[in-house]
Design a protein around this ligand. Sequence first.
Ligand code: ATP
Length: 347
Amino acid sequence: MASIQLKNVVKSFGSFIGVQDMTLNIADEEFLVLLGPSGCGKTTTMRMIAGLEHPTGGEIRIGGDLMNEVDARDRDVAMVFQGYALYPNMSIYENIRFPLRMRKIPKVRHDELIQRAAEMVELGLFLDRKPGALSGGQRQRAALARAIVRQPQVFLMDEPLSNLDAKLRASMRVQIKHLQRELRVTTVYVTHDQIEAMTLADRIVIMNKGVIQQIGTPDEIYSNPANTFVAGFIGSPPMNLIPGSASNGIFIAEGMTAPCPSGLSGKVTLGIRPEDCRVGGDNLHGVVYGVEPTGDVTYLTVRTASRKIEIKAARDFRAGIDSAVTVGYDPDRLYFFGEDGNRVGAD
Ligand code: ATP
């Protein structure tokens, strides 16, 4: 298996910079997720690791070896993309076999390797079928089997689950995580879905406009977001971000106050997660804008004079639109961000 290093990697397309000065060390056997909105540079980063794009500047190493001039087919990486890219006229058996032929693995080993890969993704009974005769989830698993059939040094996965329905996605997520632990192959996984990132990753890299915003474990990213971009991207619903001002240890925004670190002054943004707010208490006064029961939790949107605040309320909370509501929050769970968007006053 292998570690991956990106050192000051840049990718420009003419005058547009798709990836800016990216430095990233991915440990051997790590499951690393690149997360960010559409166009942030995730796929470009992954394609550079694969050798499908050449960096404009910087160095890419796999297993310590410089890869900049190495062709994609000579890098020991296996890729899984969102379109399963299975050959429709070949059986699943032949599809899984394809990389073994390409890599000139001795034929006598093929059957054993194919059977083992198919069993790992529970497709042993479907090897004779053509891709058209499989469900979306089965096709996705066939694509995975094709990636794992020869143990590559690195797996690269680009939104592999985005074509599946929510239930299948959840079960494939568990399967992918389990497989990666079993195979112990360094994995780079691209997604714009924060739940996928949080549940799969050892570490997440959050990108925006070609720039890394934060690198950390899911817990670190959730508990200690580096800036308002990360705070607003992680969490469902995401953190409430409320602009206001701070002086003498008090944060003030229209309709609310909160304690803040005494050193803070001037314009700041307060961050509160919906799960750290509760109905009742008198930190904030407003009216009900929307109530969305989901079974295990009720999402409540409260409108104040100038904005809307999202709250996770108890499962049995119900209230009429426009009724008055007060909100309390845990003073130990407040976040503050400076004018540049970076977090301030962190412990
Ligand atoms: P998505 O989630 O939509 O796939 P992404 O984060 O993977 O987005 P990239 O595909 O890496 O984004 O693209 C990053 C930026 O680089 C985008 O603004 C894109 O338009 C631009 N870009 C990518 N490939 C090219 C290209 N061949 N020529 C010009 N611009 C490109």
